[in-house]
Design a protein. Structure first.
Length: 457
């Protein structure tokens, strides 16, 4: 066990999806865990029940006494925390070891057989699918996920007997550069986080720096068509839904209810009919990446096929809330134009003759500014658009950047900009047959009320 001399770990931003997985890990290691977050959520409530002491006011006086010993306490913080944060500065000035979440994750990840899942899109879906497959096999795994697995109801998989550690290799803040994987997945290298990288070229260089950290004689599972520079000591295997030249590709794809049936051609064999219950052609592609990793790690075809047949998906990733003869409601985390396009294209394939109404909450002023035209084009795949105000997250407003600006760019007759308090009323007025919510902010707070309304009518 690492950090054997530490009794306590304090998390600043403990309710975040990545932070909470680490908090749960340290609880499993017998550490005393506490932390701060801005607001109480379902996740912080769960952490509290699991033994994590959480405060919701930024006052250093609220730090429990046992966590005030710098020799025995590790402090982990999220980059979203402002520099003037009182508790953060208390620890920094007090001689504590204060590290970012990515550093803490790297120190755990690099002790095992690390599998890092990188890419602008698909990280959480691929990681969760892979964790489910490996945990269902004799190999087992530990996994730190960026979403809640619907199979395990958690963002953390633990198997003390397994040396495999799966983690999402997040490009934000160059966090993935703390990870040195045995196997890496790279699903995409689209432009994003331009407030950090400033150009597409810098993003590509960032991903190449991550790929360069694959261990000697390691492997890269690469979406077909991507071409990062790769060291000669790394074996590369490609995957694709529609390109037969890829090492792992799909055959005999058939729609089956909301999911799909298909077989997979591997470099030396064929995986027989796989039934994936979760919807979306994008999830078939995500499954291919997970299949390729599991196959390269020696998991049997039978184990892979069975695990995928009972895989239930991830909360907020093509998450079907309601599906009956009267109404369909699906929630998704899509917050980038490429993700919105992939999600809505997959949705159209399932409901080609139905009118689709989408609620979208833009995430970050900088992202809205940088991709305004692309957002508009992706949202035009809807029949009706209900647009919410921008969720600022860690940012201050940018002059001239607003949801109204974005709405003006969308070429669509049925579009409206609303305030939060108007949402349920506007949805009821439109009475959509197929409803979707999209965004990475706090739009998830409306999922329960919208689901309740859809089931009631």
């Amino acid at each position: 066990m690492i950090w054997t001399n530490l009794n306590n770990v304090y998390f600043i931003g403990v309710g975040g999806i990545g932070m909470s997985a680490l908090a749960r890990y340290f609880v499993s290691q017998g550490k005393a865990v506490a932390g701060y977050d801005r607001v109480s959520t379902v996740l912080t409530d769960q952490l509290h029940r699991e033994g994590v002491d959480i405060c919701f006011e930024d006052r250093s006086q609220l730090i429990p006494k046992v966590f005030r010993n710098p020799e025995r306490t590790l402090v982990v913080y999220t980059p979203a925390v402002p520099e003037q944060h009182q508790q953060l500065n208390y620890f920094r000035k007090g001689g504590f070891r204060v590290i970012k979440r990515s550093v803490a994750l790297g120190e755990v990840f690099n002790t095992g057989r690390g599998v890092g899942v990188a890419g602008t899109h698909g990280k959480t879906s691929i990681s969760t699918m892979l964790a489910h497959v490996l945990s269902s096999s004799t190999l087992g795994c530990n996994a730190f996920l960026g979403g809640i697995s619907k199979n395990s109801s958690s963002n953390l998989y633990l198997d003390p007997a397994s040396k495999v550690i799966i983690a999402e290799a997040d490009e934000f803040d160059r966090s993935f550069l703390t990870l040195f994987p045995e196997i890496a997945v790279l699903s995409s290298m689209d432009a994003d986080h331009l407030d950090i990288y400033h150009s597409v070229e810098n993003i590509h260089r960032g991903f190449e720096s991550y790929v360069a950290q694959i261990r000697e004689k390691g492997k890269l599972i690469l979406k077909f068509g991507l071409s990062p520079k790769v060291s000669d000591h790394v074996s590369v295997y490609t995957y694709s839904v529609d390109q037969k030249e890829a090492d792992y590709h799909v055959n005999n794809l058939v729609l089956d209810g909301l999911g799909y049936r298909f077989s997979v051609k591997t470099p030396h064999s064929v995986l027989p009919e796989i039934k994936l219950q979760i919807p979306g052609i994008l999830n078939v592609e995500n499954a291919l990446a997970a299949i390729a990793v599991a196959h390269q790690m020696g998991v049997s075809s039978e184990a892979i096929v069975h695990a995928l047949s009972v895989y239930q998906g991830v909360q907020r990733r093509f998450d079907v809330q309601v599906h009956n003869e009267r109404r369909v409601y699906i929630d998704d985390y899509a917050h980038h134009p490429t993700e919105i396009t992939a999600f809505l294209t997959s949705l159209r394939a399932l409901f080609p003759d139905k009118k689709i109404c989408g609620i979208f909450q833009p995430h970050l002023y900088s992202r809205t500014r940088d991709f305004a035209d692309q957002f508009a084009k992706s949202l035009e795949l809807l029949d009706q658009l209900i647009l919410m105000e921008i969720y600022p997250a860690r940012e201050e407003p940018i002059p001239g950047v607003s949801s109204e600006m974005l709405l003006d760019l969308v070429q669509m007759e049925e579009k409206v900009l609303i305030k939060r308090e108007q949402l349920l009323r506007v949805v009821k007025e439109r009475n959509p047959e197929v409803l979707v919510t999209m965004g990475a902010g706090d739009i998830n707070q409306f999922v329960g009320p919208l689901k309740e309304w859809c089931l009631r009518i």
